[in-house]
Design a protein around this ligand. Structure first.
Ligand code: ATP
Length: 605
């Protein structure tokens, strides 16, 4: 998709991120490094919250998912089996004039007049036959094309006397030219995105290693170990999060597409549909909405739908409303050859609606690949399937056997196994199923931490216009994070910093709260400024310790009309809700210090 030249909202977000310490450019003091970003104090908290919430939801609160924490560098064969060494590439092309590199599939289509040249003649009269072409907008004189072409030849050391063989042609919606200067681009060629390094002291071919471009592969490689040590049975999942690296051709849109990023991935292993059918007679098919609690008759379609809905529910639960998300079901021609279905969950970013997470039904491709490449069995034995198979009538056995055989045969031949061998192997696999053996299929919800952070930042960003303490209108930012993800949950503010009793009380509250949540103590400046600073950081609750905390809340005596302290209401604090949150908008209430911690915990969980 074309990137808008300017995006005011993105500029505001990037500048807030730097000013408040959410995200900085990596290596900024040396001019930065393209495609790398650092998280500052608020960003680090935000990121930690996002990852903790994912882990809690996907691993800790489930009986059927366990975790894994694997290395970034792994055996090279992993990337051969997964297909990354051969096919993990983007098409890339270069501007023939400036050498600037583009992703060929992201070039904006343009129309205009294309000028072609056969070459140039230099001042000595020698001809240089180097074909070149320039696109100029319709209506622009040919001189501008000639000027660009002359530059092109001069950059090649030719002192141009004349251009040769000029001809022009109308061009419609072409992506062969640099949108910035009209110069012809080189032919697109594949560019492998894996970052490469060497392991050990010798920089030789056999010591080449890759920084993982996704976290998923380690899950497949460790599948058997986890199965044997976790007491899980299919269906179950293995979750992992961590760094991934891709040498993106054009990193862009801030932390949306970077070269070092983090992923949160789940591989959820399920029985093949033939095994389900053997057990339950039929395989359930999904309808609208969430399919509810997992059932024994769920095949890959139900599990896929389930995980799409679960992941959307997760996003809603951390403050991204459904209206900001879209589901995109990839069309059959867009699917990877092994994928049965892929749904992208898209978020409406300021620069366009783009992928936040992909949820793919990947059949048994991954484990099958590792079985073939490593020579180690990746299948499971499933007593339930074996028993169920034994009770089937002959016709059903034959039909299911055939379907499983066909699927395995198709996988093997597509992977380059010769048909005679594929036949033999597929037959063995189908015979295996009859004995309760199969390679699990997998559903993969794969999310990017940094993209989610950007979505949360963009969704939270709000500007409000309010009179300041002197009555002058000012625009300020309020980050409306859901309390679950907000970097700081509660700020403790003594009304005045030169009153020791107030400070001591506030300090005690802060020291208690920080044991349970990210709390922040601030005594600098007017209370209004301190609220504004917390609004900008996205802190949902400010706790003000004032004189009423010490003396009791003042109440009006109905007889005298006088304001008198009510010592029974001592030891209460003011809770001030973040400004401009949809529901609460700067509302204030009083609450007893003894109830404060539980009150907050109930609202940030
Ligand atoms: P895209 O088409 O945008 O490059 P992808 O389809 O290649 O993404 P996957 O390989 O499915 O992405 O990776 C899963 C998730 O990892 C993505 O949904 C995204 O959130 C995240 N991700 C992938 N590449 C990057 C990147 N370069 N920077 C940040 N996050 C990324």
């Amino acid at each position: 998709m074309a990137e808008p030249k300017e995006n005011v909202l993105m500029e505001k977000i990037v500048s807030l991120c730097k000013r408040r310490g959410f995200v900085y450019q990596s290596s900024e003091i040396y001019g930065g490094i393209n495609g790398f970003w650092d998280y500052g104090p608020l960003g680090a908290e935000l990121k930690r919250n996002v990852k903790d919430l994912w882990w809690r939801e996907m691993v800790r609160l489930r009986d059927d998912v366990v975790g894994l924490e694997a290395t970034i560098i792994m055996a090279r064969q992993i990337w051969e089996a997964s297909g990354h060494t051969k096919t993990f590439s983007d098409p890339m092309c270069d501007c023939l004039l400036t050498k600037k590199r583009f992703r060929a599939d992201q070039i904006e289509a343009q129309s205009g007049i294309a000028y072609f040249y056969g070459g140039a003649v230099d001042e000595s009269g020698a001809a240089h036959n180097v074909p070149y072409s320039v696109l100029v907008p319709a209506g622009k004189p040919p001189e501008s094309a000639r000027k660009t072409a002359t530059q092109f030849y001069e950059l090649r050391g030719i002192k141009v006397k004349s251009l040769e063989g000029e001809r022009s042609e109308k061009a419609e919606q072409t992506t062969r030219y640099n949108p910035e200067n009209g110069s012809l681009l080189s032919e697109a060629r594949p560019f492998n995105l894996m970052l490469q390094t060497y392991v050990g002291p010798i920089q030789s071919e056999e010591n080449i290693a890759y920084l993982r471009p996704e976290t998923a592969q380690a899950i497949f490689a460790q599948f058997k170990n986890v199965l044997e040590t976790s007491r899980q049975k299919v269906p179950f999942g293995i979750a992992q999060m961590g760094k991934a690296f891709r040498n993106e051709v054009t990193p862009r849109n801030f932390i949306f597409r970077s070269r070092e990023f983090e992923q949160m991935e789940l591989e959820f292993f399920i029985k093949p549909d033939e095994a389900i059918e053997a057990m339950t007679g039929t395989v359930a098919t999904p309808g609208e909405g969430h399919p509810g609690e997992p059932q024994p008759d769920w095949g890959w379609q139900m599990w896929h739908k389930y995980w799409v809905e679960e992941r959307i529910r997760f996003y809603e639960g951390i403050g991204l409303p459904r209206t900001t998300l879209e589901e995109y079901w990839q069309k059959p021609e867009e699917l990877a050859h092994y994928a049965r279905a892929t749904v992208d969950i898209l978020f409406k970013f300021p620069f366009g609606t783009q992928e936040l997470e992909g949820i793919a039904a990947r059949s048994d491709f991954d484990l099958s690949q590792h079985e073939r490449f490593s020579g180690k069995a990746m299948g499971v034995f499933d007593e339930e399937v074996r028993t169920a198979w034994g009770k089937l009538d002959e016709e059903k056995k034959k039909a299911l056997w055939q379907r499983y055989y066909d699927a395995r045969f198709k996988y093997l031949t597509k992977s380059g196994v010769a048909p005679v061998h594929a036949e033999k192997d597929a037959k063995e696999d189908a015979d295996g199923l009859a004995k309760g053996q199969y390679i699990p299929h997998v559903i993969e919800p794969s999310a990017g931490v940094d993209r989610l952070i950007l979505a949360l930042l963009a969704n939270a960003f709000a500007e409000i216009n309010e009179p300041d303490s002197k009555g002058k209108n000012e625009t300020r930012v309020v980050m409306r994070f859901h309390p679950r993800v907000a970097p700081i949950k509660a700020a403790v503010l003594p009304l005045l910093k030169n009153k020791p009793e107030l400070v001591a009380k506030a300090d005690a509250i802060f020291k208690d709260l920080r044991q349970h949540m990210m709390a922040f103590y601030d005594d600098a400046g007017s209370i209004g400024r301190r609220y504004a600073r917390q609004d900008e950081a996205g802190t949902p609750f400010c706790i003000t310790v004032d004189f009423e905390t010490l003396e009791g809340v003042k109440e009006i005596n109905p007889e005298t009309g006088e304001a008198v302290s009510n010592p029974e209401k001592k030891d209460t604090v003011t809770i001030r809700y973040r400004g401009n949150t949809d529901a609460d908008n700067g509302k204030q209430e009083r609450i007893a210090i003894s109830e404060l911690r539980e009150w907050l915990l109930a609202r940030i969980r």
